[in-house]
Design a protein around this ligand. Structure first.
Ligand SMILES: [Zn+2]
Length: 319
C-alpha cells in the first residue's frame, strides 16, 4: 500500500481539507517524531509502507475532524474556525466576554465562532486562555463583507406598529429570550453537523433585511422551510430542551441546547411535543410544523445560535 494508492482510494476525505493542510500536518508529524523517515513517493519497502499508511492516517485526521465542523465563512452571520494549536487540555476562548465553543483534542483545538450579523467588516479578536498557567493569547479574525438582500414593503400603518399590550408582551418575552439564548453548558457536541429538522424547500433568506414603511426591522435570523401543517419537526442534534413557549412573533417555539453555546430554535409550531428539561436524541420529534405567531402561512422557522448570535443554518447542513 503506497501513499499514492491510499490517497487515490479515498478522494473525498482528501479533498475536504485540501493538500496544503495535509502537507503541513504531515510535516508537523515528522517534527514531532524525528526518527520517522521522510516518505518516498513510490517503491516503498514493506516497513516503510506501513509507516506511510500510519503517517497518511495521521495526516488525514484533521480531514475527519473537518467533516464534523460547519463550513467556515468569516463574515457577518457566518462562522469562523480559529485554530488554537495542540495542548493537553481544552483551552477556553471568549469574544467580547462571551464564551466560545472550543472543540478538538490534544492534537489540535479549534474555536468555532459565530459572527453577529451586526458585526462591521474588519478585525475582531478572541481571548484564549490555556488550561495550564500559560499566559492568555489573542487570536484575530478578519471579518469580510456579506451582502444580504433588502426587502422594502408598504403595509397599512396598523400592521407595523404594535398595540400597547402587544408591545408590553413583546418586551417581556424579549427579556426572557435574552436569558435563554445566553445558555452555555460546558461540553461541546461531538458533531457540529446538523440535521435539517423538517423535509421541505429551504429558503436562503437568512440575513434578509426587511423595511416596513421605511422602518428597518431586525434581519431574518434563520432559515424558513416550507412544509404542511402537522409535518413532524425533528431535533437537529442531540441536546437538552431549555425552553418551550408561545411567543408573540415566533408562536409555539422550542429551544434546544447542544452544548458550548450551540443552540437551535424551532418556531411557529402547531404543537410542541417536548418539554423543558427533556434530553432529546438527534432526529427525535419535538413538535409539528404550523403557522402560530406572526406568519402568513405554515412553515418552520429554524435558527442556529452560536455564542449568543444567530448564524446561517445552511453552514451546518450536509451538502
Ligand atoms: Zn423565518
Amino acid at each position: 500500500m503506497s501513499r499514492a494508492v491510499a490517497s487515490a482510494s479515498t478522494p473525498s476525505r482528501v479533498r475536504c481539507c485540501g493538500a496544503s493542510t495535509s502537507l503541513r500536518r504531515a510535516t508537523d508529524n515528522r517534527l514531532m517524531h524525528p526518527a520517522q523517515p521522510l516518505l518516498p513517493p513510490i517503491a516503498l519497502s514493506r516497513r516503510n509502507a506501513v509507516l506511510a499508511c500510519a503517517t497518511w492516517l495521521l495526516a488525514t485526521a484533521p480531514c475527519a475532524r473537518a467533516e464534523t465542523l460547519p463550513d467556515p465563512r468569516a463574515a457577518p452571520g457566518g462562522v469562523a474556525l480559529v485554530e488554537l494549536g495542540p495542548a493537553p487540555l481544552r483551552p477556553t476562548a471568549t469574544l467580547g466576554g462571551t464564551p466560545l465553543l472550543v472543540t478538538g483534542d490534544a492534537s489540535g483545538w479549534t474555536a468555532v465562532v459565530g459572527i453577529a450579523l451586526s458585526t462591521a467588516p474588519g478585525r475582531i479578536e478572541l481571548l484564549v486562555r490555556p488550561a495550564d498557567t500559560s499566559p492568555p493569547q489573542r487570536k484575530a479574525i478578519d471579518v469580510g463583507r456579506a451582502t444580504y438582500a433588502v426587502q422594502r414593503l408598504k403595509v397599512a400603518p396598523g400592521k407595523v406598529d404594535l398595540s400597547k399590550d402587544d408591545q408590553a408582551r413583546y418586551e417581556r418575552e424579549r427579556t426572557h429570550l435574552a436569558g435563554v439564548i445566553a445558555t452555555y453548558s460546558d461540553e461541546p457536541p461531538p458533531d457540529l453537523r446538523l440535521l435539517q429538522p423538517v423535509a421541505g424547500r429551504r429558503s436562503s433568506s437568512f440575513g434578509l433585511k426587511r423595511v416596513f414603511n421605511g422602518q428597518a426591522r431586525s434581519p431574518h435570523g434563520g432559515m424558513d422551510i416550507a412544509a404542511p401543517t402537522g409535518t413532524p419537526v425533528l431535533a437537529s442534534a442531540a441536546g437538552r430542551v431549555i425552553d418551550t413557549g408561545d411567543y408573540f412573533f415566533s408562536g409555539n417555539t422550542v429551544w434546544i441546547d447542544h452544548g458550548a453555546g450551540l443552540l437551535t430554535m424551532y418556531c411557529h409550531l402547531s404543537e410542541i411535543t417536548a418539554r423543558t428539561g427533556d434530553i432529546v436524541t438527534r432526529g427525535a420529534r419535538i413538535g409539528a410544523v404550523g403557522a402560530t405567531g406572526r406568519v402568513t402561512g405554515p412553515h418552520l422557522h429554524w435558527s442556529v445560535s452560536l455564542n449568543r448570535t444567530y448564524v446561517d443554518p445552511a453552514l451546518f447542513l450536509a451538502h
